[in-house]
Design a protein around this ligand. Structure first.
Ligand SMILES: O=C(NC/C=C/[C@H]1O[C@@H](n2cnc3cncnc32)[C@H](O)[C@@H]1O)c1cc([N+](=O)[O-])cc(O)c1O
Ligand SMILES: [Mg+2]
Length: 214
């Protein structure tokens, strides 16, 4: 049967990247997406903004929603200090399988806990299952209509602390209007928009960074 796009992306990593070298894995995926097949990774342009926010926060606990093939997982994990707890959540077993292999190819498997499941099911259990009290940094890049319900779950289950930073991809394209409205109007967040472009295109998109005020 025909391979899937994630499987073809993995092949491109195994062919063009250097094992144990995260930068080469990132470059191989970006090259694949620019010259072979577009894929919904955060990409190089928005990826640099992601890098700068992760570096600024220097988190001890990180959550990513929507691993997909692990591109942003590798971008984030390569910047983390030793001992950081990083959980990434992926619903689709086939995507999770490819992501595990791409994360391992980058040599970052010991820095990442990839959990297969739906964010809505997992968030209420994270404290119990992973001994996390609060997250310093959260990257939202999963189904766009899950951003709002999931941020409300973070609040409900006490997973945010004063200073927690949430970074949301695609707030313009495909767009997350309800989420944007919420974080921009809630007195509990201080939000800032980082203009950029939809990965590998000239279409306008951007990231929204929201600081939880407690
Ligand atoms: O749709 C987009 N992203 C959705 C991401 C979806 C990925 O996250 C998982 N997921 C979803 N809800 C989940 C809940 N829990 C766990 N995994 C979940 C899905 O199994 C998939 O692997 C998207 C689309 C475009 N685009 O231009 O069309 C551009 C982008 O940058 C995008 O991120
Ligand atoms: Mg995205």
């Amino acid at each position: 049967t025909r391979s899937t796009r994630p499987q073809r992306m993995l092949k491109a990593v195994q062919k063009n990247a250097i094992r144990g070298n995260p930068e080469s894995v990132i470059s191989a995926i970006d090259y694949f997406c620019k010259h072979s097949e577009w894929a919904m990774n955060v990409g190089d342009e928005k990826g640099c903004i992601l890098d700068s926010v992760v570096t600024e926060v220097d988190p001890s606990t990180v959550l990513e929603l929507g691993t997909y093939c692990g591109y942003s997982t590798v971008r984030i994990a390569r910047l983390l200090s030793p001992g950081t707890k990083f959980i990434t959540v992926e619903f689709n077993p086939a995507s999770a399988e490819v992501a595990r292999k791409i994360i391992a190819y980058a040599g970052l498997q010991d820095k990442v806990t990839l959990v297969e499941g739906a964010s809505g099911d997992l968030i209420p259990q994270i404290k119990k299952l992973y001994g996390i009290t609060t997250f310093d940094f959260i990257f939202l890049d999963h189904w766009k209509d899950r951003y709002l319900p999931d941020i409300k779950l973070f609040e409900e289950y006490g997973l945010l602390r004063k200073g927690s930073v949430l970074l949301a991809d695609n707030v313009i394209c495909p767009g997350t209007p309800e989420y944007l409205e919420y974080v921009r109007n809630s007195p509990r967040y201080e939000s800032r928009y980082y203009p950029s472009h939809l990965e590998y295109t000239k279409v306008e998109d951007g990231l929204e960074k929201s600081l939880f005020l407690g």
